[in-house]
Ligand binder design. Sequence first.
Ligand SMILES: [Zn+2]
Length: 238
Amino acid sequence: MWLLTVRRQSIFMAAMFSIAVVVLNLLTFRYLVTNDIEHTDLSVLQGKCIAIDPGHGGIDEGASWHGNQEKAINLAIAAELAAVLKTNGANVVLTRDSDVDYYTRGKGGKRNDLLKRVEAINQSGANVYVSIHCNAIKGARWSGAQVFYNPKLEENKVLAEIMQQALKSYPPGNKRQAKQDSGLLLLKSVNMPGVLVEAGFISNKEEAVKLADSAYQQALALSIAKGLAYHFNHNAGR
Ligand SMILES: [Zn+2]
């Protein structure tokens, strides 16, 4: 009965080893998925329809920091995303493709703007939608792209987690996690799978410079497209 004589320390070591193995496996899995997303074949986008919602516009600038307006950055990223999706054979529906808004006069103007976008997305017949925004919060330490989803559809969470993995280098070392948000009107009201991508914090000076840079916008859009392609390949419709 040697087991009975095993010292506590050995049990502790064995437990630690097991935990290390589990953690290592999780990290390896995460690495493999990320690597897979990076090398996803975009041809799966052929014939798919994607609705893109560039947040804000017109009278609504969105967040405005360091001389950058969120509405312009959202539109620029959306245009890059639309371009890469179309190049790979997808159909794209944009809720706006210029500096416009759908506000109505008086009370409820903002709500009506959002509902107009919801209507456009719901009527698009798209397979998925992506709403694009930029984050802003007082304090320099906040940075990184983050994906939000409504939990009403299982697929929303799956897509959000893939999309978050696809955006782990924006900026490099981004540790943000996909986050559930049941309160956002657009996410609540759209009746197909989709996510909201906060491309980064324009309240962070360094990140604002990146977000306003067309090469960064282009790279970010390509990664969003890869996230979508990976999703269509592995998860969509299951
Ligand atoms: Zn916004």
